[in-house]
Design a binder for this molecule. Structure first.
Ligand code: RB5
Length: 150
């Protein structure tokens, strides 16, 4: 399993605990985040991680900014991406089971390290259920292509 991780200057501090956590689970981490806590722009890192996921260089992606909001919005503009911003493990789990999310985002100003690790754990353990949920994902894809006219 390979996970691409991206973060801006606000996510920079929390990133280390998440990378360490992933590595203890024998996950290969592709680090595409900001080089330091010097101010930068979160869309840069959303785009890098989204491209890694869409090209299958990475199986999944994780994004961290201050709230997780901006970086998830940016990722959701990219082809093939279903990004979710989560502050609780239940939503993270359901986002994979029902929505087949391929990028998880959270905010370093919203969740602490231990909660963030629980969110990541639930997200990684969950499996997409397919079935009726696949039909809805197909509808989302059609919206993105301008081909959904309900
Ligand atoms: C940066 O100040 C902050 O806006 C960013 O980390 C993120 O929270 C945006 O959604």
């Amino acid at each position: 399993m390979k996970i691409a991780i991206g973060y801006d200057h606000v996510g920079y501090i929390l990133r280390k605990d998440i990378i360490d956590y992933l590595e203890t689970k024998n996950i290969t981490v592709i680090d595409l985040g900001a080089p330091s806590t010097e101010r930068t722009d979160y869309p840069i890192y959303a785009n890098k991680v989204a491209r890694a996921v869409n090209s299958k260089e990475a199986d999944l992606g994780i994004l961290i900014c201050g709230t997780g909001i901006g970086i998830s919005i940016a990722a959701n503009k990219c082809s093939g991406i279903r990004a979710v911003v989560c502050s609780d493990p239940y939503s993270a789990k359901l986002s994979r089971e029902h929505n087949n999310t391929n990028i998880l985002a959270f905010g370093s100003r919203v969740v602490g390290s231990e909660l963030a690790k629980m969110i990541v754990e639930q997200w990684l353990m969950a499996k997409f259920e397919g079935g009726r949920h696949q039909n809805r994902i197909d509808q989302i894809d059609a919206i993105q292509k301008g081909e959904f006219h309900e």
